[in-house]
Design a binder for this molecule. Structure first.
Ligand code: HEM
Length: 499
């Protein structure tokens, strides 16, 4: 038997590790913040982080589902780690005046420490936001609307090539589009992801599969260190999709280095880009970011700006086209406002359409979003939901717990755009619609996201009739790897031109 051939020193090592973890767990139970002892939750969670790790890693992103069960069992505040709690109090954690900082244990796993998303120091993060915000303001988005529109038009053409043919993979088509949009918007460059047959561009595949490694890097950060130092051929052997990441990194590095070598290239760029802001002389008061920081920022924006919007659009297309009442009502509204499809209708006209707006909000609510967003309490102890959380405690509340809360949204599992039309909807929105989070670290790309969503939803539904093909609601069940990861069938539709 294999076990008999186990070398004796291996048993010794296993015993040693086990004893270490048991001692650590006991220490956590006895010495960790006594105030947290009163927070209800499983004993094992209070002993060790490997409790959440088990669900994140072994149960394939299953902690979010388990957390729902924990809240049902223990109530609105649950202890989920030796030093970690999940209280039902969104504004206390993420509100405008929050002084809590992002938890390094999670955020360092993204390996983008020097980007707007990864900077942990609130002053550094604020400075970076100040530099980039002008490019992501509503005004800037309106100015660059044509950049988005161009890609949306290309998507419509690409999708309509499937008319009378096999079903189109909308899941990948839309994600290819959002990746091309964010690359164009931020760098005035394109990967031409949409041109790839079946929308399976290696860079897109690498970004998608990269989501699933977040938990691994959170619990085993040294793996990133090893992967960075391993020869490329070995990494490609271990994970063939990493070739896409190598391609992405090489593309961004080449582009950045050419600008650093000759900044006048920015003068002839098609439009303003992130580098016009990050390398602008007035930035000197904040210091020009290092090359690593510029690369981190580029990777952050590509990641943050593509999958998020793509996921919302895929979710919306599925729900609208599987419900005749919703698709009819939406098309009637669009046809009335936009009788001639050959004339383009822009963001500012589309955002005035109430039913389209309701459909977009409901798609955002139903699409899984970034969760959890852990924050470290500080600089002093605070009382949250009736419990004292000592400074240093990690707290988080998943956005899904707000958006899928039965006490807030009736029938939260149903796609009901009408919920955003009633008299009460404005109040609901201001209190409970938080897909972009809130406070000092809320989404930087929110205006861009809204513009993309209106143009994508508006043009897809006005110009294309779709029939969902071989995809069911079960295919929208996801595993939470910080972002949702879909393991089942991708949304396919049969398509027909609408006049
Ligand atoms: C529907 C689309 C989107 C959703 C639901 C969304 C949601 C979020 C959320 C919840 C956060 C907070 C993350 C955290 O605290 O860890 C965030 C941060 C961020 N988002 Fe978005 N996002 C979307 C689109 C975009 C786009 C298009 C961009 C492109 C520029 C973008 C760029 C960022 C950045 C840079 C941050 C980090 C901000 C900071 O930490 O200060 N997002 N987003």
């Amino acid at each position: 038997m294999a076990v008999l051939s186990f070398p004796p020193h291996a048993f010794g090592a296993i015993w040693l590790s086990l004893s270490f973890y048991i001692l650590l767990a006991v220490r956590n139970l006895i010495y960790r913040p006594s105030a947290l002892r009163s927070v209800p939750g499983p004993l094992l969670a209070a002993c060790t982080h490997w409790y959440t790790a088990y669900f994140d890693l072994v149960r394939d992103g299953g902690f979010l589902k388990h957390l729902e069960w924990l809240h049902e069992k223990y109530g609105p505040v649950v202890r989920i780690g030796p030093n970690e709690a999940d209280p039902d109090a969104f504004d206390s954690i993420y509100g405008a005046h929050s002084t809590f900082v992002k938890d390094p244990v999670l955020y360092k796993a993204f390996q983008q420490d020097l980007s707007s998303f990864g900077l942990l120091d609130p002053r550094e993060a604020r400075k970076r936001r100040e530099i980039l915000s002008p490019l992501f303001s509503r005004r800037a988005t309106l100015k660059l609307e044509h950049v988005i529109q161009q890609k949306v038009d290309k998507l419509i053409n690409r999708v309509l090539r499937y008319e009378g043919n096999s079903p189109c993979n909308i899941f990948m088509a839309v994600r290819s589009t959002t990746l091309d949009i964010i690359a164009s918007y931020c760098f005035a460059q394109s990967f031409d992801t949409m041109d790839h047959p079946e929308f399976r561009h290696p860079i897109l595949l690498a970004i998608l599969s990269g989501i699933s490694v977040i938990w691994t890097l959170k619990y085993f950060p040294f793996l990133y260190y090893l992967s960075e130092r391993a020869p490329g051929w070995l990494m490609h052997r271990i994970s063939p999709v990493s070739k896409g990441y190598t391609e992405l990194f090489a593309f961004l590095s080449r582009h950045l280095d050419s600008i650093l070598a000759d900044p006048t290239k920015l003068d002839v760029a098609d439009h303003e880009t992130i580098f016009h802001h990050l390398l602008h002389p007035s930035t000197k008061q904040h210091n020009i970011p290092s090359r690593k920081s510029l690369l981190d920022e580029s990777l952050t924006l590509l990641g943050a700006g593509s999958e998020t919007v793509g996921n919302v659009v895929t979710t919306g297309v599925f729900h609208v086209f599987r419900n005749k009442h919703i698709s009819n009502r939406l098309m009637m509204e669009l046809d009335a406002a936009w009788p001639d499809r050959s004339h383009s209708v822009g963001f500012q006209s589309l955002e005035k359409l109430p039913y389209l707006t309701a459909v977009i909000k409901e798609s955002i609510r139903m699409a899984g979003v970034a969760t959890p967003l852990p924050r470290v309490v500080g600089p002093s102890d605070v009382c949250i939901s009736g419990y004292t959380m000592p400074a240093g405690t990690v707290v988080s509340l998943g956005i899904t717990f707000v958006h899928e809360n039965r006490k807030i949204f009736e029938e939260p599992d149903c796609f009901l755009p009408e919920r955003w039309l009633g008299a009460i909807s404005k109040e609901m929105e201001s209190k409970y619609f938080v897909p972009f989070s809130r406070g000092p670290r809320m989404c930087l790309g929110m205006n861009l996201a809204w513009c993309e969503l209106y143009l994508l939803f508006g043009h897809l539904f006005r110009k294309i009739e779709m029939e969902v093909h071989n995809t069911g609601i079960e295919d929208f069940e996801y595993r939470q790897h910080w972002l949702p990861v879909y393991r089942k069938r991708q949304l396919h539709t049969r398509v027909r031109t609408r006049q």
